[in-house]
Design a protein around this ligand. Structure first.
Ligand code: RP5
Length: 158
């Protein structure tokens, strides 16, 4: 099966981005986790993204905070899908990162998720969903996940 890369701008993003990793583990999807910054290590980001297809990576999840350019920069170096997660950090609590990630110029798309942990979780679920287009087993797992989730909600009424 194709792999996913989880990249983040700083070690301070790790706690949030672990939520992406947890979901991918739950679905048995192999993934790389790397700290690489659009601003602090721009050359290494480019190199990693360009070499990713050789490692069977098909989807990028990018978490970054503040002036969050990581997802956009990754997208500039690949035609593979890029899912951006704005970190809930800094003086603006992620509003800055949300706008930096979501407001891409036409032509270079970044699929942007919500701010923080929910966004990190959903980025991984969306990656699973994309991979499930060509993988019936994964599609079944995803349906089962949704079913269990609904059951949990309904149990809370008892
Ligand atoms: C961004 O700057 C990172 O993604 C991080 O969310 C933010 C702050 O980084 P640190 O100063 O905590 O390393 O590039």
């Amino acid at each position: 099966m194709k792999k996913v890369a989880i990249l983040m701008g700083s070690q301070s993003d790790l706690e949030t981005m672990k939520k992406s990793s947890d979901i991918l583990k739950e679905f048995g999807i192999e993934h790389d986790v790397k700290i690489l910054s659009a601003h602090r290590t721009p050359e290494e980001v480019k190199k990693y993204v360009e070499e990713a297809p050789q490692k069977n990576i098909a989807i990028f999840i990018a978490g970054a905070g503040m002036a969050a350019h990581l997802a956009g920069v990754i997208a500039s170096h690949t035609t593979l899908p890029v899912l951006g997660v704005p970190m809930e950090s800094g003086a603006l609590k992620g509003f800055d990162a949300l706008l930096s990630t979501v407001q891409m110029p036409g032509g270079i798309p970044v699929g942007t998720l919500g701010i923080g942990s929910a966004g990190a979780k959903n980025a991984a679920l969306l990656a699973v969903s994309i991979l499930s287009i060509e993988n019936k087993k994964l599609e079944e797992k995803l349906k089962e996940y949704r079913k269990k989730q609904a059951e949990q909600v309904l149990t809370q009424n008892k």
